[in-house]
Every structure is written in C-alpha cells, then in structure tokens.
Design a protein around this ligand. Structure first.
Ligand code: MN3
Length: 247
C-alpha cells in the first residue's frame, strides 16, 4: 500500500496535516467524515433481503458505537481528522500522541466506522438499480475473474469462509490487480502494515459478515444472507467508487 498515493487520491487530511487537501484535484467522494452519514434509505427499504430490525440495530447501535468511540479515541490522541479512510491507512506509523492502546482503538473503531460507511453506501432498495455492474467495472471483473459469475462465487466463498467476525472485500491493489480479500474484526484493506500485504488495497466493495449483520433474520445461515445480499448491492455506487480508485 502506497500511503502517499492514497492521500493524494483521497484529498485527505491526515493527522492534522492539511498540506495535501487544498492542492489536490482528486475527488473526495472516497473519503469518510468522522460522523455517521444519514442512511440513504429507510431501515425497511432493503426488505425482504435485509430486515428493518437488523438495519436499525446495525446502523443506530453498532455503527453509532464505532463512530462515538472513534471520536473519543481521536480526542484522547489529540488528533484532528477530516477523512477517516486516510487516518486508518496511516495508522501503522502514528504520531507520538497515539499510545498502543489508542492505536488499537483507532484501528477497531476507525475501521468499524469506515467499513460501515462504505457498506451503507454500497446498498440500495431492491429493484431500484442495476442488476449487474456495467462500464469499466464490468470490464475489470471480466478481466480479473473471468466473468461476473466467477467473481460472485469467489466473493461469496471469501465471505462464507471468514471465521468469526469480519469482512469480505473486492479491492484494487497498487499493482493494478483486482482481488478478493477478507479481513478479521473491523480491519480494512487500507490498513497498510496492519493487515497482511495480500489483503491490502483500495476497497471497491465490502460485505459485513459479523453475526450482528444477519443473525436476527438468518441465525446461523450466513450463506443465505450472502445470497440475499446480492439483491441490494448498489452497482452504480460501486462503479463510482471503482472510477475514483482508478482515476
Ligand atoms: Mn457491522
């Protein structure tokens, strides 16, 4: 992971350093502010694939908790942060005010906040968007995986096989390859030096496979949740993120 390249692309303000933010022409849409964005749809809008009760507790309790704890950790670290994506990509080499305990808190809650922000953005009410990815993203999936069905199978496998809590990802690596990866807990592929090199890259799509994401409706049947989730993927938004990371 090339941190400088990430900062340039994201227009980020990292750890109080603002020199990159004004001059870059890179779009900031990949950035994640420290506060929760409003959900772009109602809690019940993803029914029947993701139920309203799960959405409510997931957004208003789990994600809200990560965001609150992130702000506490930033305050205790004496850090200002305009873009949490940039923060977590540089967490391996934090300033001296960040103790190991605070670094761990920023990793868990900063990761949790970024991951969930990307997750909400990546979904839309069923039937309202494209059923399949199009444009350059479709071409890239064809090139790197041999087809959409092959990609879908590999991604679903990564999500199903993640032991315990974590995420499955479609990422674009610095070497230009698109790969499917998986991270434990709230780790994110942007966390250079904290996640294994093979898992690193710019997230294009992520799926939450913590039990809190599906247990109320699907109980132990994680694969049913994964199968259902494809119906609410917002491909237009995923294509947009792909355009940003390949710009
Ligand atoms: Mn979650």
């Amino acid at each position: 992971m090339n941190r400088r390249a990430f900062l340039a692309r994201s227009g980020a303000v990292l750890l109080g350093t603002s020199s990159l933010s004004a001059s870059t022409k890179a779009p900031i849409a990949q950035g994640v502010p420290v506060r929760q964005e409003p959900l772009p749809y109602d809690f019940d809008a993803l029914e029947p694939y993701i139920d309203a009760a799960t959405m409510n507790v997931h957004y208003a309790k789990h994600h809200a908790g990560y965001a609150t704890n992130l702000r506490t950790a930033l305050r205790e670290s004496k850090l200002k942060c305009a873009n949490v994506s940039a923060l977590i990509s540089g967490l391996n080499t934090p300033p001296a005010t960040v103790t190991p305990v605070l670094q761990e808190a920023l990793r868990n809650h900063g990761g949790g906040h970024v991951n969930h922000t990307l997750f909400w953005r990546s979904m839309a009410p069923p039937g309202t968007g494209e059923k399949l990815p199009g444009g350059p993203l479709a071409a890239a999936i064809q090139h790197h995986f041999g087809g959409f069905d092959e990609f879908k199978k590999g991604f679903a496998e990564a999500a199903a096989k993640r032991f315990g809590s974590g995420w499955a990802w479609l990422v674009l690596r610095d070497d230009g390859k698109m790969v499917i990866t998986s991270t434990p807990n709230q780790d994110n592929p942007l966390m250079a030096g904290l996640v294994p090199a093979a898992e690193q890259g710019y997230p294009v799509l992520g799926l939450d496979v913590w039990e809190h994401a599906y247990y109320l409706k699907y109980q132990n049947k994680r694969t049913d949740y994964i199968t259902a989730w494809w119906n609410v993927v917002n491909w237009a938004q995923v294509e947009r993120r792909f355009a940003i990371v390949t710009a």
